[in-house]
Ligand binder design. Structure first.
Ligand SMILES: O=C(O)CCC(=O)C(=O)O
Length: 287
């Protein structure tokens, strides 16, 4: 299969493809951690950048004031209503910036992009947005995994900003990470057991052996965490009577190559894309 030639953007959407892990393995991927090269940050302190490089994450950063966070929640409620009306579940809202203008706007908010530029530098794309919305008592967990393990992209230079739509804490199944595990390269995983009730399908066993003890990301609505695409992370089920929704917003340096049509997801946020790799479609109409 000719998966090694990087695709160029086309005028007409071709669509991203589903693929098997066997096909993914045919792509020669560079999966090791690329530390932030940024020397003139706009929002993060030098200590925060050093923390990200050493531990693979940052947390507790406020982006949206309380009033705006409430607007985000009301907006997400309307997306969720449309999703349920279409017979889909609360985890199905993926690549949402290509479907909903409001999500595109949230993920390209100038303050959000400043934080991304403090990790990736001056040239990057937004390519992923996925709501992880745990309804009260739905029983779903996210098993320990590395994001880059799932993606047809190389090199691994994606940072995810997880924006709390609802308050997120230990009681309603907040995200957790294994600090320093992003230095371990691509770890061995297995298919998740049905009994894990995993939203995704990969599990890395005995995650604690790969770094420091797990850290819970306790966030108020409107705050973000940031994590490397190689850090081990996951979350427990929501055992509370409160919803726990977070919007993952994923950004990659423009020189990352995406296969399987995933370059069509990419929107240039800062700098240019001299090779015309990312499709850079305009924001969608539907709000
Ligand atoms: O929201 C969660 O619980 C998990 C999110 C996640 O796995 C991710 O950001 O890749």
């Amino acid at each position: 299969m000719a998966v090694q030639t990087p695709p160029r953007a086309t005028e007409k959407p071709q669509g991203w493809k589903s693929f098997t892990y066997g096909e993914l393995d045919e792509i020669k991927r560079d999966l090791h951690f690329h530390p932030s090269p940024v020397k003139n940050p706009k929002r993060l302190t030098f200590d925060q950048i050093a923390h990200y490089n050493e531990k693979g994450y940052l947390t507790g950063i406020r982006i949206f004031a309380e009033k705006e966070a409430l607007q985000n929640r009301v907006y997400f409620d309307s997306i969720l209503e449309r999703t349920f009306a279409a017979g889909k579940d609360s985890y199905s809202i993926a690549t949402a910036h290509r479907k909903y203008r409001g999500v595109h706007e949230m993920a390209t908010h100038p303050v959000v992009l400043d934080y991304v530029s403090d990790i990736l530098g001056d040239r990057f794309v937004l390519w992923g947005t996925h709501f992880f919305c745990k309804m009260p008592g739905d029983g779903k967990a996210v098993s320990w995994h590395q994001d880059a393990s799932y993606w047809p992209m190389t090199p691994s230079k994606t940072v995810t900003l997880w924006l709390a739509i609802d308050d997120s804490d230990t009681g309603n199944g907040c995200m957790r990470v294994i600090p320093r595990s992003h230095h371990q390269g691509h770890l061995t995983w297995r298919y998740s057991e049905k009994s894990e009730n995993n939203v995704l399908d990969q599990t890395v066993d005995n995650a604690e052996q790969y770094g420091d003890p797990p850290v819970d990301f306790i966030l108020k609505a409107g705050e973000i965490s940031m994590h490397s695409d190689l850090i081990l992370h996951g979350s427990e089920p929501n055992r509370s009577d409160r919803r726990r929704c977070g919007l993952t917003m994923r950004y990659a340096a423009t020189d990352v190559r995406a296969y399987m049509g995933w370059n069509e997801k990419g929107v240039v946020c800062r700098g240019t894309d001299p090779d015309g790799h990312w499709s850079n479609y305009p924001p969608p109409e539907e709000y």
